[in-house]
Design a protein around this ligand. Sequence first.
Ligand SMILES: NC(=O)c1ccc[n+]([C@@H]2O[C@H](COP(=O)([O-])OP(=O)(O)OC[C@H]3O[C@@H](n4cnc5c(N)ncnc54)[C@H](OP(=O)(O)O)[C@@H]3O)[C@@H](O)[C@H]2O)c1
Length: 264
Amino acid sequence: MPFNPPLRDWSGKTVWLVGASSGIGAACASLLYEQGATVFVSARNSAALARWADARVAPDAQGRARAVALPLDVGDAEALHRAARVIAARGPLDLVVYCAGHYLAIDAQDYRLEEMLKHQQVNYVGALQLLEAALPLLRRQGHGHLSLVSSVAGYRGLPRSLAYGPTKAALINLAEALYLDLRPLGLGVSVVNPGFVQTPLTAQNDFHMPALITPEQAAREMLAGWARGAFELHFPRRFTRWLKLLRLLPYRLYFPLVRKFTGL
Ligand SMILES: NC(=O)c1ccc[n+]([C@@H]2O[C@H](COP(=O)([O-])OP(=O)(O)OC[C@H]3O[C@@H](n4cnc5c(N)ncnc54)[C@H](OP(=O)(O)O)[C@@H]3O)[C@@H](O)[C@H]2O)c1
């Protein structure tokens, strides 16, 4: 029995991807569009979104654009509400994905409250603001799926993940609570926990990223996970299954193993 109603046939479906001007979000947008969905893309970089939408001109059954740019900052609650109204005017919304993210590798030696709060605003508070805009719509429909892109960095504390990790842990917990609340109402909820993906976000990493995958591979994994009706979509498994194992260990084993593997 799957956790969620499987999402398979994208033809005629509508998706809103928030954080889709580059990386994983942009790759998902392209793949969903190729599979026939109408895709609304949001992020701050309006030029990148417009370029993406302008390059995709196939209409839907009613002759309307299937690739639509809705630029916004996730810190702007009113802009999220406006975008949700535009999407609702088109018809039912089948999938909302929160993949906006901010990441800077910092540790306690480099503690800066401003950076800590920026991570919290983009990675977590932005998701809360999206929920405020999208949840009434999904609840009214009585169907639809909400997917939050978190990270394996949210499983447990990691070196140089002081600002990023806690926001991703919060997203995982949020998704679990949402699942319990919303599944009985007929809605689907999932959390996406990727390992390392080669995107602008990870370009700053000066360390070896094990099992690094492309955004296109990540997008394929995500569509496969939604098609299975999974709750947690984690990939690539050759990497994430080790992290899931580490997650289960007591602290007296976890801390030395993390030091050994990261050398930090
Ligand atoms: N790459 C990895 O290895 C990896 C691993 C695990 C999880 N993730 C997560 O995957 C998600 C996508 O990241 P990515 O790797 O694809 O990096 P990315 O290419 O940098 O994508 C981040 C997206 O978030 C958007 N964004 C950032 N701040 C925003 C704001 N204030 N308002 C609206 N949009 C905003 C960016 O667009 P604008 O700059 O145009 O606003 C961009 O579209 C993030 O949540 C990230 O934490 C990534």
